[in-house]
Design a binder for this molecule. Structure first.
Ligand code: NI
Length: 400
């Protein structure tokens, strides 16, 4: 870090974010009440665009679906620093009983993307107020469809990060105390693959199996066999999960069906391992099916790669966050195999993704992400805004 006197310091960004508390929580509660599923974020995105325009930020809409970008011009075009928030909700029926619970039946912001959106609007507001002092430019990326792993891909294909020099994002974490941040360099979140298998036999009477080819018995052998890839072919020091989450076949106790459909997911922290498993899954499934006289159709979809943080940018996050929450509150993150399509930006551009604590104060209100009773401590919102504003300001002032 250079020894340069900052025109704006942590107290300034914290103070501004606290002044925005009511504005930010009202945005958050509004979005929470009207959640929208992936690629349907129409209301959310127009709200975001409207707020950015009020701040005097140049706005582009309908990018990669309902994606929005805001460009805040500093003295120079480059370096261009991007910040990203996701906006979509989940097909979950909310059970929080909050006064601002979801008004959209069966849809819930159970991953806190409403908070991410409010946080980034807060950062945009804070930085727009000091735009004359910004030596280069900032891009705010409001992304649709993170939950289906499609939104980042769609926005990237429209060139939103082509000009970007580095990119940062965050995710709330309801098991981490509010006021804490967790980050690590290298792989922090898992790759996501989806596998769809059709095991095809030849149906018939359940009492005359010798006249049939039974895809149910073959499927059970396939599902058992798959786990041996994890236990026998991958180093025990390498985190890998293969989960079969769905199996459908047959409609009666005494009929052998023609076909069984199986779906599952593969998670790793390493691109080579991801590829290796993909190849071995195909071999194992085809050969086991064949040994049971069945044929198979396999569709293996690489949804997102592992999320791998860039070391230098993680350093920047740690330094900026330390200014806001204190060095002792910046923790080393434990990797998880949940996926996050921010990984696609990090494959193209340097940057970092971090966890922001949002643990509710009452223990009985703590539920994990994607839980119907999930909720956040709203005071994480201005803190998130302040951290991102501090990070960008320090980066473009070349202090980090
Ligand atoms: Ni999420």
């Amino acid at each position: 870090m250079k020894e340069v006197a900052l025109l704006y310091d942590a107290d300034y960004f914290l103070g501004r974010s606290q002044n925005l508390y009511n504005y930010l929580t009202s945005i958050y509660r509004d979005l929470h009440q009207f959640p929208e599923l992936s690629f349907q974020e129409k209301r959310t995105s127009s709200k975001v665009a409207e707020e950015l325009k009020k701040m005097g930020i140049e706005v582009k809409e309908k990018i990669g679906g309902y994606g929005v970008i805001g460009n805040l011009k500093g003295a120079k075009e480059k370096p261009l620093i991007a910040l990203r928030a996701d906006m979509d909700a989940l097909p979950i029926h909310e059970e929080t009983n909050l006064p601002f619970s979801s008004q959209h039946r069966g849809i819930m912001h159970a991953c806190g993307h409403d908070a991410h959106t409010a946080i980034l609007l807060g950062t945009a507001q804070i930085l727009s107020e000091i735009k004359d002092q910004l030596s280069s430019s900032v891009r705010f990326i409001f992304q649709p469809a993170e939950e289906v792993n499609e939104g980042a891909k769609a926005m990237i294909s429209e060139g939103v990060v082509d000009e970007v020099d580095e990119i940062y994002g965050l995710h709330n974490l309801p098991i981490l105390e509010t006021g804490k941040v967790a980050v690590k360099s290298g792989a922090m979140m898992g790759s996501v693959d989806k596998i769809e298998i059709s095991v095809i036999g030849n149906g018939g009477h359940g009492a005359i199996p010798d006249m049939s080819i039974d895809p149910i018995v073959a499927s059970s052998a396939i599902i058992q066999g798959i786990q041996s890839i994890v236990s026998r072919e991958i180093s025990p020091f390498e985190p890998v999960v293969i989960t079969i989450g769905s199996i459908h076949g047959g409609s009666s106790y005494n009929v052998i069906p023609n076909e069984v459909k199986i779906e599952g997911t593969v998670r790793t922290l390493n691109l080579q391992t991801q590829r290796k498993i993909e190849g071995r899954l195909r071999e194992l499934i085809e050969n086991v099916a064949k040994s049971y006289r069945c044929s198979v159709k396999i569709k293996h979809i690489n949804m997102v790669p592992p999320l791998v943080n860039w070391e230098d940018n993680v350093d920047c996050v740690k330094k900026a966050a330390s200014q806001i929450v204190g060095e002792n509150n910046c923790m080393e993150a434990q990797p998880v195999l949940a996926g996050e399509d921010f990984s696609l930006y990090l494959q193209r551009k340097p940057g970092a993704f971090f966890w922001l604590g949002c643990k509710p104060k009452k223990e009985e209100e703590v539920f994990g992400l994607h839980h119907p009773k999930y909720r956040i401590d709203e005071s994480c919102i201005p803190l998130g805004s302040a951290i991102l504003a501090m990070l960008v300001y320090m980066r473009i002032s070349e202090i980090l």
